[in-house]
Ligand binder design. Structure first.
Ligand SMILES: C[S@@+](CC[C@H](N)C(=O)[O-])C[C@H]1O[C@@H](n2cnc3c(N)ncnc32)[C@H](O)[C@@H]1O
Length: 341
């Protein structure tokens, strides 16, 4: 099915990669669309059309950086409205039309004009109900116009509920859960995969990994973090989540055996402690351990405070992508994805 996915305005490139990764790991059919299991069919500002064998339910429950998922109908121009929308038979059902302008080419009057014209055409076989419609038409006004029937609104509020300050054990060093989930999706972690976070801190990444059904393992050198992380995992994943937590230096993670993915937010050598170790030395020790336990083809999704560490990591693993996120004047996070060859 072709899905119209509305992407986060703040991080559209990372949102698209996240959506492609999530389609890949939730798709039940291996060979229909080749190894990728999802094909990018079209793209415009703030949206993508993805041809995928995954169910939109599964996709919606995984995504963090997207807004809505619709069943893609077509892309169109003003002059096509009568022909294309006239061919849709609503069979008496009620409908609402919701428009999103993603390009500043359009003004609010353009949206209203579009709603009026399309509403008139759909009104021949259906009736307008803005409060509780049977179906909702999403129109995206980017460089071109795109239409789809709304299937899911992503539950963005649930990520807010898991924000660091709302957890039983809180520490400001933790990533926002939306970005922790995005990292898990960029690493293409499947339900049942062994996912390791060797700098687990309060467990923000492990919580998101556990919620998508991964078999999670966390370690951290600081016993207070391990204790607090345990409280957080129990709170969000329950007592019997089967998660493993260990107080351990990153060089000792080899004892966990092979893992499918490593997803982590290491200390940046600033506010998060490196136990006085130089951050470059710590990363070099970490990369040496990561390559030993990561399965071949497995992904490392990691956040760096600086591009210089990307070069260091490339001596061990193959770089796939980098997304920059400005946090404040002295911190830009680099969300990096690598693959073990
Ligand atoms: C940026 S924090 C991780 C934040 C985490 N993503 C969270 O949600 O809380 C980095 C963590 O690395 C741990 N750490 C520092 N040096 C370490 C080492 N040598 N081995 C293992 N963990 C270490 C720190 O104790 C800290 O908890």
């Amino acid at each position: 099915m072709k899905l119209l996915v509305e992407l986060s305005g703040e991080q559209p490139a990372m949102a698209l990669s996240e959506a492609m990764g999530a389609c890949h790991v939730t798709s039940p059919v291996e060979d229909v669309l080749g190894d990728e299991r999802a094909a990018l069919v079209d793209q415009d500002i703030g949206m993508a059309v993805i041809d995928t064998t995954t169910s939109s339910d599964d996709l919606a429950s995984r995504l963090a950086l997207c807004w809505n998922i619709s069943e893609y109908l077509f892309s169109f121009m003003d002059m096509d409205i009568d022909e294309l929308f006239g061919a849709l038979d609503l069979d008496g059902r009620s409908f609402a039309i919701r428009v999103k302008r993603t390009h500043d080419l359009w003004i609010p009057e353009d949206s209203q004009h579009l709603i009026d014209r399309i509403g008139q055409v759909l009104g021949r076989t259906g009736r307008v109900d803005l409060k509780d419609p049977d179906i909702t038409l999403r129109i995206i006004m980017g460089k071109r116009l795109h239409a789809g029937w709304l299937l899911h609104e992503i539950d963005r509020k649930s990520f807010e509920d898991r924000k660091p300050k709302n957890r039983p054990f809180s520490h400001p060093i933790s990533l926002h859960p939306r970005y922790a989930r995005a990292l898990v999706n960029l690493a293409r972690v499947r339900a049942g995969d062994r996912l390791l976070d060797p700098f687990c801190g309060t467990g923000g990444i492990l919580i998101e990994g556990g919620l998508v059904g991964a078999d999670i393992i966390g370690s951290d050198i600081d016993p207070r973090m391990i204790e607090g992380c345990e409280m957080n995992l129990e709170h969000y994943l329950g007592k019997d989540s089967g998660s493993q937590l260990h107080e351990l230096d990153v060089a000792d993670i080899e004892k966990f055996g092979k893992v499918d993915a490593i997803v982590t937010d290491p200390p940046y050598g600033r506010s998060a402690s490196t136990a006085k170790e130089d951050v470059e030395e710590l990363y070099i020790r970490a990369f040496g351990s990561f390559v030993k336990i990561l399965k071949s083809g497995g992904r490392l999704a990691i956040v760096f405070p600086d591009m210089e560490f990307v070069k260091l990591a490339e001596e061990y693993v193959n770089l796939l992508e980098v997304h920059e996120l400005f946090v404040h004047r002295s911190l830009t996070r680099h969300f990096c994805v690598f693959e073990k060859i």
